[in-house]
Design a protein around this ligand. Structure first.
Ligand SMILES: Cc1cc2nc3c(=O)[nH]c(=O)nc-3n(C[C@H](O)[C@H](O)[C@H](O)COP(=O)(O)OP(=O)(O)OC[C@H]3O[C@@H](n4cnc5c(N)ncnc54)[C@H](O)[C@@H]3O)c2cc1C
Length: 392
């Protein structure tokens, strides 16, 4: 692996940096994307990026991308986090569904869904988990049955923990189409508009009180056949492609953690170590882990660029990024001490010394070992599929 960026990649970085410096909203300028107001502000920002073709740089140009490679995407992410630009409200669509659509979608589905996803015109949520099917995803009970007139499907059941399901326009869900088939075989991946008759959305308040989550109820929701992604009964295979993106390269680029680690170093300097000598070790550890994840990702990207798949190694990634995120934020809270609980800046405390977004970041980092498949389940995958250990 050659870690030297080519002149073209350096020029790409400079162009991205200049654009972000000119156009990105200031940190904290938008309301939280887990509120109705903030969701629409973030949607508008997606449109600004799309109009200048920065929203999905690695996608084909016909869908709004730049035909750039995976390394350019990583470079763009580094610049995006460097600019502390807003969180991507369209992340479920552009980072999770889109790679699956590009792999399994028909030409019509790609033409219909990709560009509106990239522009923020249609924002997606993920409808997989159910009250009795989280880790045991194959236990899904929401069903899709053939509609009596033979045209399309009727959906019934309940999904839960849909991130931004309270505001999203579309949902990619997994439904049981064959109750008789072996658990993994009777599932189908279906795309559903959230305003379809029979869809009821009930927001769920999160730890911070905002209602980005939702449970979603389906009652005889009619969807046409052309909203099935992949084959009927192939839902597990299609879903595992999405899960690979969620745990592997796309959802959490290393820039998210290297940027947070750099802020942690600045916080340590500003707080003069928080008075505890061993906190310095934790800062160094967090910084090294974030950097290690960056280098590991470039290594993985090199393999992908050579045509290899990520495979079950994605589970190692997921464990590592979620635990690194938690360690960075827990160390920040230790440095801040009681100040970590300050919600607004006080007049005599500014810059890196102010708690800023650390508390919010910590609360979200707590969820990292749970979403995208819990870390216990990822450790099972590592044990069985990478290490070849017997099933527990
Ligand atoms: C912030 C956040 C966002 C989310 N967003 C979405 C979303 O957009 N869409 C969506 O569909 N879901 C979403 N989820 C749900 C998430 O995927 C599930 O919470 C997760 O898969 C765990 O399922 P569960 O909550 O039902 O827990 P359970 O499956 O009931 O697990 C409970 C505990 O038991 C452990 N456990 C279970 N089975 C095993 C086993 N075989 N071996 C060892 N340990 C085991 C688990 O690791 C966990 O600690 C989100 C969750 C969070 C926290």
């Amino acid at each position: 692996m050659d870690l030297t960026f080519s002149p073209a990649q350096q020029a790409f970085r400079a162009e991205a940096r200049a654009w972000l410096e000119a156009r990105a909203p200031a940190p904290g300028a938008l309301a939280s994307l887990d509120t109705a107001e903030g969701f629409e502000q973030h949607r508008a920002w997606e449109r600004v990026m799309f109009d200048d073709r920065w929203s999905v740089v690695s996608w084909p140009a016909e869908y709004g991308g730049r035909d750039a490679g995976i390394f350019e995407w990583l470079i763009f992410e580094e610049e995006y986090y460097r600019a502390q630009a807003p969180r991507r409200v369209s992340q479920n669509g552009i980072f999770l569904l889109a790679p699956t659509l590009l792999e399994f979608g028909t030409a019509e589905q790609k033409a219909r869904f990709l560009a509106p996803m990239a522009s923020g015109a249609e924002i997606w949520c993920q409808g997989w988990s159910e009250p009795d099917a989280g880790s045991d995803l194959a236990g899904i009970r929401s069903r899709a049955s053939r509609s009596p007139d033979g045209e399309g499907w009727l959906l019934d059941g309940q999904k839960t923990w849909c991130s931004r399901g309270a505001f999203a326009d579309w949902c990619f869900g997994i439904f049981r189409t064959d109750p008789e088939a072996e658990r993994h075989r009777g599932l189908t991946y279906i795309l559903v508009p959230m305003d379809a008759p029979g869809v009821t959305v009930r927001p769920i308040a999160q730890l911070d009180g905002e209602t980005g989550f939702a449970e979603v109820f389906f009652e005889e929701v009619r969807v046409p056949d052309d909203q099935v992604l992949g084959g009927v009964g192939d839902g597990w295979k299609v879903a595992m492609s999405t899960a690979g993106s969620e745990r592997g390269l796309s959802l959490r680029s290393p820039a998210r953690y290297t940027e947070a680690a750099a802020r942690l170093v600045a916080l340590h300097a500003a707080r003069r170590g928080g008075g505890e000598p061993d906190l310095a070790d934790q800062v160094v550890r967090a910084y090294i882990d974030a950097e290690a994840y960056r280098l590991h990702t470039y290594w993985t990207a090199s393999k992908v660029a050579d045509g290899e798949a990520v495979g079950p190694e994605a589970s190692c990634n997921k464990i590592f990024w979620s635990e690194t995120d938690l360690a960075i934020h827990a160390t920040a809270l230790s440095l801040l001490g009681p100040d970590a609980e300050l919600l607004e800046p006080s007049p005599d405390d500014a810059g890196a010394a102010h708690p800023g977004p650390w508390l919010d970041g910590y609360l979200f980092a707590l969820a990292g070992p749970i979403y995208a498949g819990t870390n216990e389940i990822q450790r099972n995958v590592v044990a069985e599929r990478l290490l070849g250990l017997p099933r527990g």
